[in-house]
Design a protein around this ligand. Structure first.
Ligand code: ADP
Length: 405
């Protein structure tokens, strides 16, 4: 008897030679290798499970991602380690931007699919290179210069009203490596460090931007060119660390949202970014938009999308790096507010805090990263969605406060 349409014939009726080929094709799964085992890798795992994608992680230690995904421990700066890891997956992507260009380029030379690729990633790895790339694209950025000594910095200060922001080109995060300066001697130690490492190098100096608020535009782009955008969001930083995100950016005029979207697409396409790109922006007091920073991976400003958008940034990143069709990026409710959860004083453990937060704010979606809660360390985030911005903000802050105080 023939099987009904869509059903395979019983094993005994099938030609034996065909069976293994068909069966293995049916069970084949897409495998994404993530270099870096932090919370971003960890948050790629739920959508991977939903889409039947296997995630493997190359981590420096048995950290957060290792709690829930197959993890190889190894050094991402070591070519042989990364090559061996790449052989076990279909595409290599990242939870951080620190893999050296030499390693990335060798992977590509050996035919490994790497997304984002080294040509794009160089602009996220070095802030001076980023400014050069953005300037060449004609994207609006703060006035900037690369300075190698105190005299160069003083000349920039003299041209910019005596105040500026100095940044180390590499290795900065969460505001570390960023200083407001009023005198060249304020970064004497950084100039000395440039001399010490013997590689020359330079510091980035920028005009001190007078901004109304900070925004972020997230874009996703596939290698074959399809792009999607989420609505522009407002980000609030405290002590250089992202504290709160409001999606979409409250009161954003259509013109502003369009400018942010256009800049995001221009960068994704102009720099050839694949995967998720986060563009951090300043909305200036005189209604301009300037690009501050780029990240070529899922980003804190997009965590709201897990609960607030049809397709989260983590799912979209997986789709994009695998060159799968991208998902819809509309909002599920008018507002989403995301509050970062930072480790609080050791007056109570996370186990003690969690039930209190859950009981008090049943609307809140609590995401904890499996990190030990040192004071000030990002250990999770909370998102609340709804149609009343004040109510949503209140609930999200209330839930997050249970982990902080
Ligand atoms: P990091 O890479 O450590 O996140 P950023 O370059 O994003 O560093 O800077 C951190 C924060 O410092 C920004 O979010 C912003 O609040 C402030 N900042 C950075 N650049 C400027 C600037 N040119 N003018 C004014 N504030 C700035």
């Amino acid at each position: 008897m023939r099987p009904p349409p869509g059903r395979s014939a019983p094993a005994a009726d099938r030609p034996p030679a065909e069976t293994p080929r068909v069966a293995s094709r049916l069970v084949a799964v897409l495998r994404v290798g993530v270099v870096g085992g932090g919370q971003l890798a960890r948050m790629m795992i739920p959508p991977a499970i939903e889409l039947g994608i296997v995630i493997r992680v190359l981590a420096e230690d048995e950290g957060m991602a290792a709690q829930i995904a197959a993890t190889q421990v190894g050094d991402y700066r070591d070519l042989d380690t990364v090559l061996a890891f790449a052989e076990t997956v279909d595409v290599v992507t990242f939870d951080h931007e620190h893999v050296p260009q030499t390693v990335l380029r060798e992977l590509v030379a050996r035919g490994v699919a790497v997304h984002p690729g080294p040509d794009a990633l160089q602009y996220a790895q070095d802030k001076i290179r980023m400014r050069e790339g953005l300037t060449a694209l004609g994207v609006p950025v703060p006035d900037w210069a690369a300075v190698t000594d105190a005299a160069g910095l003083q000349a920039f200060l003299d041209d910019h009203g005596g105040a500026a922001v100095v940044k180390t080109a590499r290795g900065g995060y969460d505001g570390k490596g960023v200083r407001v300066v009023r005198s060249a001697s304020d970064v004497e130690d950084w100039f000395a460090a440039l001399d010490e490492d013997g590689r020359g190098g330079a510091l980035l100096v920028e005009e001190l931007v007078s901004f109304r608020r900070e925004l972020a535009q997230l874009v996703a782009r596939r290698p074959s060119g399809e792009t999607t955008l989420w609505p522009v969001v407002e980000t609030v930083q405290q002590d250089g660390v992202c504290a709160e995100v409001f999606a979409p950016a409250p009161g954003a005029a259509e013109r502003l949202a369009e400018m942010a979207a256009r800049i995001g697409l221009q960068i994704a396409e102009g720099l050839g970014v694949t995967g998720v790109l986060a563009v951090e922006l300043f909305e200036t007091d005189d209604d301009r938009i300037l690009v501050n920073e780029l990240a070529m991976r899922p980003h804190n400003s997009g965590h709201w999308s897990i609960d607030g958008s049809t397709t989260s940034q983590f799912e979209q990143h997986l789709r994009a790096v695998l060159d799968l069709p991208l998902g819809a990026t509309g909002v599920r409710e008018p507002w989403a507010v995301m509050i970062n959860v930072l480790g609080g004083p050791e007056t109570a453990t996370l186990d003690e805090r969690l039930p209190l937060a859950l009981a008090d704010q049943p609307e809140a979606k609590v995401h904890l990263y499996g990190k030990s809660p040192r004071p000030g360390r990002k250990i999770g985030h909370v998102t609340v969605t709804g149609d009343d911005l004040d109510d949503v903000t209140y609930r999200a802050r209330a839930a997050a406060a249970f982990f902080r105080d």
